[in-house]
Write a protein that binds this ligand. Structure first.
Ligand code: MG
Length: 163
């Protein structure tokens, strides 16, 4: 018997000029980066929440509280590796993940292959199971005003049982 689960994750961060922008563990060439307790990798944070959500194991804020001084400026790839490890320990395998990243600038298309490569290593699945879609918000709302970034992610995980 195979137990399939879907998970959904969302994250947003405020932009500030002159700080680096990280997405999926890749440093993106950008005028603005994300203000955060960690390195502000909104894509990785949304993936962590999607994975934890699929396994019904709470959320990233419970596993990695943003008032924990040991997590200040932490590389978010470390958080994702820990989440993947938690899922593997529980017997779950990641099937695929699909993300929509909303931001006006910069254009992410040149970085998508690097992001997929990076996430393939972190999630321990093939790049063909990883989808990254980037779009603007047509100048509407906080994304449209270039005040921040929003990321939506779905994942599927599975656990197989002997019977
Ligand atoms: Mg976040």
């Amino acid at each position: 018997m195979t137990d399939y689960r879907v998970g959904f994750g969302y994250d947003s961060h405020r932009f500030a000029t002159g700080i680096p922008l990280f997405l999926g563990g890749v440093n993106i060439l950008s005028e603005k980066g994300c203000v955060a307790h960690s390195d502000g990798d909104a894509l990785i944070h949304a993936i962590c929440d999607a994975l934890l959500g699929a396994a019904a194991l709470d959320d990233i804020g419970i596993h990695f509280p943003d008032n924990d001084p040991s997590l200040k400026n932490i590389d978010s790839t470390i958080l994702l590796k820990k989440v993947v490890e938690i899922l593997h320990t529980q017997g779950f395998q990641i099937q695929n993940m699909d993300a929509s990243i909303l931001l006006e600038r910069p254009k992410l298309a040149p970085f998508v292959p690097l992001i997929r490569q990076s996430l393939s290593k972190l999630l321990e699945i093939e790049e063909t199971r990883i989808s990254i879609k980037a779009k603007t918000n047509e100048k509407m709302g906080f994304v449209g005003r270039e005040e921040g970034i929003a990321v939506y992610v779905v994942v599927m995980i599975k656990k197989s049982y002997e019977r």
